[in-house]
Design a protein around this ligand. Structure first.
Ligand code: UDP
Length: 378
């Protein structure tokens, strides 16, 4: 079969590779001038530093098959994400852990004492937290919430945390020990030569042809036996019902001769600092050594039509519009919507790869009877 994949990010590359290996002929159209989507990496010409062009991407997973998959295309170097945050004139450790709690309250609590102390701070009247704010107030209390989450979240999402779902905060653990690893996953690492090199290798197969700088239009779909579409769901329908909301990021790049901040990611918890975080890219490759440094100040705002979409907003309005687009999509034939943009979900890289493997499997199993969504957006 001749299969078209729209988008050469992780979804497109992984599905394409698996179907190519099964003997299908794969064409990929990518509108940008590079593969790997938003995990694209490139070496800065002046300093030699590997830059995460669309912001920090740290690979972490509990899925051993996905871990083995990425390691079969690229060497992953063990890497622990240790994030710091600046708030109220001090630097603290994230995610909230015993060090953060003891420093913040000027105490020397042991784990059990800290647990009891935080429980006193927490609003235990909240039984089933629904919003980001309720989740924070229930599990860390108002002081820590205001110092670390409130301002950051208003900057990141452009709305009050009381209007956001609790699921966003559930991404972050609270620990009553000194473990400052940002993620709890078993496997964590950085690709030695960057994500783009990894994706290029996934795509390096005689049955795969990639066209960069190539916009897809829906009338091309008929030329193929099936289309896997990793572009924006509403874009497939020419935004006829309106646009699904996304946050986009602006990066203000600057350089420094030496080590600017001593860590890869420094968050800024307060609303008065206009950016959410500063990324110092060379600290993502601690096995390399570079004199010069490349940094990004990261600003978040509502995406306009011509901006690159990053985070799906998925508030009440977007969910209603999403339901309308999903209903329309389900009436389509010959297409499967995949990935972060195709299903309008906040997806980590490992989940994207897992779903792409499952999607390819579903096609190999069912052929043209594959559903429009292997993973439902709602
Ligand atoms: N967050 C926060 N303060 C921080 C870090 C994160 O309030 O210092 C909140 C914020 O709303 C963010 C969410 O927690 O969107 C998830 O954080 P994560 O670090 O997973 O975000 P990502 O790196 O995916 O942007």
């Amino acid at each position: 079969m001749h299969i078209l994949l729209v988008g050469a990010g992780l979804s497109g590359a992984v599905i394409g590779r698996k179907l190519a290996e099964a003997g299908h002929q794969i064409t990929i159209m990518e509108s940008r001038d590079h593969v790997a989507g938003n995990c694209h990496t490139t070496r800065d010409a002046d300093t030699g530093v590997m830059v995460h062009v669309y912001g920090p991407h740290i690979f972490h997973t509990d899925d051993e098959e996905v871990w083995n998959y990425v390691n079969s295309f690229e060497t992953f170097i063990p890497y622990k994400n240790r994030v710091k945050t600046t708030s109220k004139g001090q630097v603290f450790s994230l995610p909230i852990n015993l060090h953060t709690i003891n420093q913040f309250y000027g105490k020397t609590l042991r784990p059990d004492e800290a647990k009891a102390f935080i429980e006193e701070q927490a609003d235990t009247s909240i039984e089933d937290p629904q919003t980001f704010e309720e989740q924070a107030q229930r599990f860390v209390g108002n002081d820590l919430y205001e110092a670390f989450f409130k301002g950051y979240t208003i900057k990141q999402w452009g709305v009050q945390p009381s209007e956001l779902p609790a699921s966003i905060l559930k991404r972050l653990p609270v620990r009553f020990n000194y473990d400052d690893n940002y993620f709890f996953h078993q496997f964590q690492g950085m690709p030695e030569n960057g994500y783009t090199a990894m994706v290029e290798r996934i795509l390096d197969h005689p049955q795969i042809t990639v066209h960069l700088n190539t916009r897809f239009s829906r009338d091309q779909a008929g030329d193929y036996d099936h289309v896997f579409y990793a572009g924006p769901l509403d874009g497939w329908f020419d935004y006829e019902l309106g646009r699904l909301g996304y946050r986009t990021l602006d990066f203000e790049q600057f350089s420094y001769d030496g080590d600017y901040q001593g860590c890869a990611v420094m968050n800024y918890g307060e609303e008065s600092v206009p950016y959410t975080r500063i990324t110092e890219h060379k600290h993502f490759s601690p096995w390399e050594s570079h004199e010069g440094s490349v940094l990004y100040r990261e600003f978040s705002r509502l995406a306009e039509p011509e901006d690159i979409p990053y985070y799906p907003i998925r508030q009440v309005d977007e969910k209603a519009l999403l339901a309308d687009y999903v209903a329309r999509a389900e009436a389509e034939t010959g297409v499967t919507f995949v990935g972060r943009l195709g299903t309008y979900r906040y997806l980590d890289m490992d989940v994207t790869i897992r779903e792409a493997l499952d999607t390819a499997e579903a096609y190999l199993d069912k052929g043209a009877d594959i559903p429009v969504f292997v993973k439902a957006p709602l």
